[in-house]
Ligand binder design. Sequence first.
Ligand code: ZN
Length: 267
Amino acid sequence: MEDFNKICITQVASTILSLLDVSPNEQMAQPVNEVLSAAQKKFGVNKCDRVVMYNPDAIAFWIYKKFYKKYLWQLDSNVDITLPMLSVFPPVTPVCFGSMYSGLQPSEHGIQSYTKPLLKCDTVFDRLIAAGKKAAIVSTAGDSISLIFLERKMDYFIYKTVKECNAKAAELIKKDEYDLIVLYNADYDYWMHRSSPTGLPAKNALRKNVAEYLELKKLIQAEWKDRHRTALAFAPDHGCHRVFGLLGTHGINEPCDMNTVHSWSFI
Ligand SMILES: [Zn+2]
């Protein structure tokens, strides 16, 4: 049986802030030192001036390992660091992204079940805005990331389709107006629930998630390499497991659902 991973997704919030040279608040979990060290190694400083977060939904650590030879090696050979990560309980989307971008455990930020209320606590977005920086969320309508961080002085690009989201993220990179861009992708989660975590539609979604990350990396290299130091993350929210031998779900306090994996490139 798999062990629980150690580095918690709550640590992502202060990692993003530290990279962008903005102080986290005292309640936020400590940054992931391995990520800051990897940035230091690449840039000579552990700071950068652009962060792009690609948030594919529900990619479990066991899925990463199972499909490493098929798809994930390609991601792994194109990033600077990959870290096994621990999600928060219950491992469902609004709870997890609430934690990832607030640096808080669910009992502290307040979303403790599958509900999508507006988060009132201090988040990465609030800290950046207070520091005079610009943030944008690009996501599909009705999804957690599109709802729980609303009503802040930042820009929200909410669309019906993944295709529109990806096109908008590419456009924002070309326009170069944001310090932080968050791009959400629900596809793996969608197909994992409706087919199985290892079924063909889910595998296709996983393959596309890797391809989309690599496209983002290529675009950032072309557009920003001479102008900026950029951190590009592949950062799922939680894992998943199979139920009734076929369909997929998540939400239990077991490594299958609690363990995920994050990768970072420094460009
Ligand atoms: Zn999710």
